[in-house]
Ligand binder design. Structure first.
Ligand code: SAM
Length: 225
């Protein structure tokens, strides 16, 4: 599915979020600026076409940034972007699964993941993998949709995402499900509080959470104990 939507994914995200996606990603990178040192080793999981990886690479200029995604098409597009958007030559992209990260234990300073963990079958496994590869004191910063706890807000939020996703999926791909999956994937996911509790159980101390859209979106900042 992600191979199908890859060519239009970036445009979809900008339009679908009314530009908020770009702001949230900038906020996430700015938020972890003290962790992103020039020599940092960064892993961007479920990197898509590389938005967060390129932003991190602008800070870790003498370090290394690795973007990993399960979709070969996303990785192909990220590599194309790298020819234009990675002047420091410090970014590379590879196909991979965040449930089984190809990195040594305690070898990474910063992990980022934008809308990634919701998409893996068992996100707890990916969180454990993140905890494994982060060095003690290393930082995890995530941005994702979560199931709003409010029984009033949740149906409205999910109804918008479902209607807009189905409509754009049909319009662009003649396949509503390619974006229509977003609402059910959120409905089956956890709340931002439950996600924070999973991080804590996995050896990651949650230092801060920023909620957006009444808890429908959140940024989590956690540190490896
Ligand atoms: C909604 S996109 C997010 C892309 C990018 N991080 C962003 O913020 O624009 C979700 C991405 O997760 C990837 N993905 C899904 N399951 C994955 C897995 N098990 N391991 C790595 N990437 C995965 C998909 O291929 C897709 O590119």
């Amino acid at each position: 599915m992600f191979d199908t939507i890859a060519p239009r994914y970036d445009r979809f995200t900008r339009v679908f979020s009314f530009g908020m996606d770009r702001r949230w990603k900038a906020e996430l990178i700015d938020w972890i600026r003290s962790a992103l040192r020039p020599e940092s080793r960064v892993l961007d999981l479920a990197c898509g076409t590389g938005d967060l990886a390129f932003a991190a690479a602008g800070r870790a200029v003498r370090g290394s940034v690795r973007g990993v995604d399960a979709s070969p098409k996303m990785i192909e597009l990220a590599r194309e972007r790298a020819t234009r958007e990675a002047p420091h030559g410090n970014v590379r992209f590879q196909v991979g699964d965040m449930s089984s990260i190809d990195a040594d234990t305690a070898s990474v300073d910063v992990v980022t993941a934008g809308y990634g963990l919701r998409n893996v079958p068992q996100y707890e496994i990916a969180v454990r993998e993140i905890a494994r590869v982060l060095r003690p004191g290393g930082v995890l910063a995530t941005l994702d949709f979560y199931r709003p706890e409010s029984a009033l807000w949740r149906p409205l939020f999910l109804a918008y995402l479902k209607a807009a996703g189905n409509w754009v999926g049909w319009l662009w791909h003649r396949e509503p499900v390619v974006y229509g999956y977003i609402a059910p994937s959120i409905d089956h996911f956890v709340s931002w509080q439950q996600f924070a509790a999973t991080l804590e159980r996995s050896g990651l101390r949650v230092e801060s959470v920023r909620r957006k859209l009444l808890g429908g979106v959140a940024l989590h900042f956690a540190r490896r104990v």
